[in-house]
Design a protein around this ligand. Structure first.
Ligand code: BT5
Length: 239
C-alpha cells in the first residue's frame, strides 16, 4: 500500500513492502519532482552494487531519493554517506566512510549506498541504514545496527527526519560547493594512510590508500606506483 506524507517539507512515498526502493523510484522518477523520497518498511529484493543483495527486513531505513542533477555522478554516494554520518552523530554514534559507498562504525558496516541513474533524466540515491532491524547471523561479524550500538530501539521516523534534513544540506553542498563536499569526505574517510586491498573488476591491487580525489576516485600507492581507482571494493589489510 502506498501512502504519501510530507516530512520536513519533503514528499515521502511510504510503502509497506517493495522489491527495491531504487527500482520503484526509477519507475516513477519521470512523474515526480526532484527530491521525492521512497521509503519502504521492508524490501524483498534489496540490492547492493554488482548484483549483490542487501538484507532489508522491517526495522531498518530503506530509502531512495529521486534527484535530477545535471548528470549522474557517483559522488552523490558521498552526499548519502555524509548525511548518514551526521544522522548517526545526532544519536551519539561516531562513524566513518569506507570508500566508495559504505558507512562503518567500529569496523562494521552500518549503512550502504547505491547510486543509479540515467544521464540527463534522473539519479537515484539509495540508502540502507540498519536501525532496529536484526542483523542475520551470516553478516554479524561485519555488520551492525544503531539499536545494537545504542542498546535500545530508536524512533524510526525521527531517524528518517534527521536523515532527510542532512541529505538536503549535503545535496546543496554537492551542487554549490563540491570542493567542500570532497574535503568533508576526506576528513570522514578512515582508510586514508592505511594498507588496503582494492578489488577492481578481476584485479586485486594491494597498496596504501593516499587520498580521495576531487572526482571521487581513490588514489593508492601500490608498490611505489600511483594508481587511481574509479570504482571498486576496498578492504583493510592488517599487514
Ligand atoms: C551496498 O552495496 O552497500 C549498497 C546497499 C544499498 C541499499 C539501499 S536500501 C534502499 C535502496 N534500495 C535498494 O535496493 N538498495 C538501496 P555493496 O557495497 O555491494 O554491499 C553489499 C554487501 O553488503 C552484501 O554483499 C553483504 O555482504 C553486505 N550487506 C547486505 N545487507 C547488509 C545490511 N543490512 N547491513 C550491512 N551489510 C549488509
Amino acid at each position: 500500500m502506498e501512502k504519501m506524507k510530507r516530512i520536513v517539507g519533503v514528499k515521502v512515498i511510504q510503502l509497506d513492502e517493495v522489491g527495491s526502493t531504487n527500482e520503484y523510484a526509477k519507475a516513477i522518477a519521470h512523474e515526480v519532482p526532484e527530491g521525492t523520497v521512497v521509503v519502504a518498511k521492508r524490501q524483498t529484493a534489496g540490492r547492493g552494487r554488482k548484483g549483490r543483495s542487501w538484507v532489508s527486513p522491517k526495522g531498518g531505513l530503506w530509502i531512495s531519493v529521486i534527484l535530477k542533477p545535471p548528470r549522474v555522478d557517483q559522488r552523490l554516494a558521498f552526499v548519502g554517506a555524509l548525511a548518514v554520518i551526521d544522522t548517526l552523530a545526532d544519536f551519539g554514534i561516531s562513524a566513518g566512510i569506507k570508500w566508495p559507498n559504505d558507512v562503518w562504525v567500529n569496523g562494521r558496516k552500518i549503512s550502504g549506498i547505491l547510486v543509479e541513474g540515467r544521464a540527463g533524466e534522473y539519479s537515484i540515491l539509495g540508502i540502507g541504514l540498519n536501525v532496529n532491524n536484526p542483523i542475520p547471523e551470516e553478516l554479524r561479524e561485519n555488520a551492525t545496527s544503531m539499536m545494537e550500538l545504542i542498546g535500545s530501539k530508536l524512533p524510526l521516523e525521527e531517524v528518517l527526519k534527521r536523515l532527510l534534513l542532512h541529505l538536503d544540506g549535503w545535496y546543496r553542498v554537492f551542487l554549490e560547493k563540491p570542493d567542500l563536499l570532497m574535503a568533508k569526505v576526506r576528513e570522514g574517510t578512515f582508510i586514508l594512510g592505511k594498507p588496503v586491498t582494492v578489488i577492481e573488476g578481476e584485479e586485486k591491487i594491494p597498496g596504501i590508500a593516499l587520498d580521495v580525489l576531487d572526482d571521487g576516485s581513490l588514489l593508492i600507492d601500490s608498490n611505489g606506483q600511483l594508481k587511481r581507482i574509479m570504482y571498486g571494493d576496498v578492504s583493510l589489510r592488517l599487514f
